[in-house]
Write a protein that binds this ligand. Sequence first.
Ligand code: AP5
Ligand code: MG
Length: 215
Amino acid sequence: MNLILLGPPGAGKGTQARFLVERFGLLQLSTGDMLRSAAAAGTEIGLKAKETIDRGDLVTDDLVVGIVSDRLDEPDVKGGIIFDGFPRTLGQADALDEMLVEKGMELTAVVELRCDDEIIIERIAGRYSCGNCGEGYHRSFKKPEKEGVCDKCGKSEMQQRDDDNVEAFRTRLLNYYKDTAPLIGYYHAKRSLSPVDGTADIDEVTKQINAVITA
Ligand code: AP5
Ligand code: MG
């Protein structure tokens, strides 16, 4: 099973991807996480991307298609993938189609997490995550059992993303509408699109996604 999670910043792509990893043993391929890890590791690609990411702009198609293509050559992708935050432009969608054919893989569904701007602003403002294992939290909607301590790995290394500020968020949202929202029409025309109500609570969204992929 190979899925795309499509939606604006803060729609819940990462949150839902983690459930799909647990439930179906899929691999989460988050281009945002990959770029942030590369930046943290100080690689050439990462350092080049960091400034762009912190501004809220998209990195180039060539760069992101390159890292996805390399990742798809690893053997662990055979058990199925969740594309989280990729593709994000029509150019990336075309490149993904070609890569999937080349690597003998098929797309099962494109799940669109529909969300209103007011809701995602609130989600981004309250978001933080574990710096050790990456588990995501929210000040109101998903608190760890013990404040400041990760439920998953037990570490106290909570952190916020550098692009989760008002200015960068505005740019990210604008870029979503300009470059990524056209993919909704693209996948609708290819009969792959399954919209779910991303404004529902986390468990309800998970249920809706499960219904799509087990249908
Ligand atoms: P990326 O990391 O992909 O960020 P994004 O698309 O802006 O999306 P987010 O990660 O902010 O949101 P999410 O949908 O994962 O929400 P989450 O589950 O965390 O990309 C970052 C940057 O990298 C880009 O701006 C760009 O520069 C670059 N980049 C990445 N991919 C690229 C590409 N393909 N091409 C070019 N550039 C690329 O949820 C948010 C919060 O809400 C959390 O606190 C969570 O607990 C909470 N929450 C989630 N669901 C719910 C719910 N149903 N109810 C209540 N709270 C909820
Ligand atoms: Mg994310």
